[in-house]
Design a protein around this ligand. Structure first.
Ligand code: TTP
Length: 210
């Protein structure tokens, strides 16, 4: 078994998201290596948001696995990846760098519920892929045009699915949340630690003090 050949468990986080690293650290897990994977994140025609989150998280893990699979130091590592998709019904609100798109997304989210789907993919030391999609329902209060303008000025929406970050100012927009909060930020910790533990990764020693 891979773990017997390589008793030191190593986790590769196949992500460039500082939020995902923070969340893992919050659970006491230090990845041994960060591998941001640059994949095409364009949704397919009529692709369901949940399917998109599953597909993209898997593609990120596959891309990282392809890099390390023949590397004697890293080939038996665990690899974790994730992808967060925000959707109103079937309409996907993609990450944007443009203020007009961000403003349109916030107008759409205002006063209604939406879903946040985060796909997580874990590659085991034996090269098996384990996947899960976690869904959280979030409802925003009605946002005034002024609130949206202020939020756009803050820049906190840049590079975030749905054009908002719940861990910042937008936390105050949330009237109701059903499900996992960390899932919205980008990595559902209950499910991630459960998946890791289920595949033999020792998370028991990981809990930080405080
Ligand atoms: C909804 C929401 C998303 N986000 C972030 C999490 C993700 O970083 C980002 C969604 O984009 P992703 O494509 O899931 O991730 P990424 O490109 O930032 O990072 P990587 O693919 O390298 O792992 O939006 C928040 O930080 N807060 C939120 O409230």
């Amino acid at each position: 078994m891979a773990l017997e050949q390589n008793p030191v468990q190593k986790l590769i986080l196949a992500s460039g998201s500082p939020r995902r690293l923070d969340l893992l650290n919050q659970a006491g897990i230090e990845p041994a290596r960060l591998m941001p994977m640059d994949i095409d994140e364009t949704p397919k025609r009529a692709e369901h948001p949940r399917s998109l989150a599953r597909r993209l998280s898997t593609e990120k893990a596959e891309a990282a696995f392809a890099v390390v699979r023949n590397d004697p130091v890293w080939r038996h590592s665990y690899i974790l990846s994730a992808d967060t998709v925000v959707a109103v019904g079937r309409r996907i609100l993609e990450k944007t760098e443009y203020t007009e798109e961000a403003s349109a997304a916030l107008h759409l989210l205002s006063g209604r519920g939406h879903w946040v789907h985060t796909g997580i993919c874990l590659v085991t030391p034996g090269g098996q892929f384990r996947q899960k999609v976690v869904q959280t329902k979030v409802r925003f209060k009605r946002l005034s045009a002024r609130e949206i303008d202020h939020y756009i000025e803050s820049g906190q929406w840049r590079g975030k699915a749905g054009a908002y970050a719940i861990q910042g100012i937008a936390g105050a927009f949330v009237q109701k949340l059903i499900g996992s909060y960390t899932n919205v930020v980008g990595l559902p910790l209950y499910e991630v630690t459960g998946l890791l533990a289920g595949e033999g990764f020792d998370v028991s020693h990981a809990w930080p003090e405080g």
